[in-house]
Design a protein around this ligand. Sequence first.
Ligand SMILES: *Cc1c(COP(=O)(O)O)cnc(C)c1O
Length: 360
Amino acid sequence: MKTTWNFSAGPAILPKSVLEKAQHELLSYENSGMSVMELSHRSSLFQAIIDDAEAHLRQLMAIPDNYKVLFIQGGATLQFAAIPLNLLKDGKAGYIVSGSWGEKAYQEAEALIGDRAVILANTKENKHTLIPEVTEIPEGLDYVHITTNNTIEGTAYQTIPTFGDVPVVADMSSNILSANYNVSDFGLIYAGAQKNIGPAGVTIVIVREDLLQDTPGIPTMLDYKTYVSSGSMYNTPPTFAIYMAKLVFEWLIELGGVSEMVKTNQEKAGLLYQTIEESDFYQSPVQKEFRSLTNIPFTLTDDTLTKDFLKEAQERGFVNLKGHRSVGGMRASLYNAFPLEGVQELVAFMKEFEENRGAK
Ligand SMILES: *Cc1c(COP(=O)(O)O)cnc(C)c1O
């Protein structure tokens, strides 16, 4: 089989050894004669899986005891609604819009809470090529929502802003476990699994206990307290997705945890950025100091060659390199599971393509 390097932004590449382990255990999990997919979520076998998944994540992110870990369906997108419904008190909700996902989060809040959702900064005019600096915020905010890594535009916060006592709520979907964060800098962290954690189907929410409140009138399955009081099993959880997340967490722990990932990710991203920078043939649309380590858009100075680049790349096994339709060009998503070797091969291909097609 030809090697395929999958640069997809999500659902994304998973560690090969994890897939092999899942394959090995697929028909009979722990000699039960049943697949994980066939286990009752009320069984002790599954209880151990979800308990381990939570314990591993707590270890990997050093999650303090006063934070709850929830496993929820509906993707990061459902959290755009759940967050205002659960966290708004008497005040307003602030949104820093630094990319398309942050804009969607704001729009969903606005649909639910109207003008109590306020935009604190919006980089749309700059095509979201930077992270805005917000130094002053209005009085009476119940939380400030940020996107730590902008999956589509390829920017990322390099330091997490603070706003006094106002909790920071972070959409970490595309760089959770790829960067070293201090959980206590946040009131709530959420992430859809399909970028850096596992297959689609489960979303992780990490929330500071004291922010949970009674929320009469909101749907049971949107209420964080439902998940807290039932151990994320009020109804049937996405059992297989949680199992896969557990395996990915084990893989991460074995490799040395998040700090090791950060090192490798810096090496991978550094190699690609260096290749882009060294040449006039390739360009990065993103301001240098805000570059993402996990999602790296780049363009060809001569855009008429983009189609050929993507076609040849595809033929060589570099798949899902096409940039998001709103940005164009290419995007290489280099999540934790993406190996350094794949980046080395990509930059070799890029140099070769430039030699063949660049101005002589
Ligand atoms: C992918 C992504 C989303 C949407 O996730 P779903 O799980 O598909 O709802 C939201 N925010 C960010 C930052 C993303 O990368």
